[in-house]
Write a protein that binds this ligand. Structure first.
Ligand SMILES: [Zn+2]
Length: 82
């Protein structure tokens, strides 16, 4: 049996980035992280501020920028009383 061909759907890789506004967002791409990377400017999904991120070459036109919800570390409340 040969197993050499790959027919699996490539998973989108996601990388977490932080914006100066405090938002966390993920930049997803279908590239191979071992490829040469290039830098591309994306907009923060919350404040729209441009953010330069590094992505594999050729994927810069197929990026998924997604705001990552979740409690802010400094804004967390509840739990742990003392
Ligand atoms: Zn922002």
């Amino acid at each position: 049996m040969s197993d050499t061909f790959q027919l699996r759907t490539k998973e989108r890789r996601r990388e977490l980035h932080h914006c100066e506004c405090g938002a966390r967002f993920e930049v997803g791409h279908h590239g191979d992280v071992q490829e040469t990377t290039t830098t591309v400017e994306v907009s923060c999904p919350r404040c729209g501020r441009p953010k330069v991120v590094a992505v594999p070459r050729g994927t810069e036109r197929d990026l998924l920028v997604e705001l990552r919800p979740g409690p802010e570390p400094e804004d967390g409340g509840g739990g742990g009383g003392d």
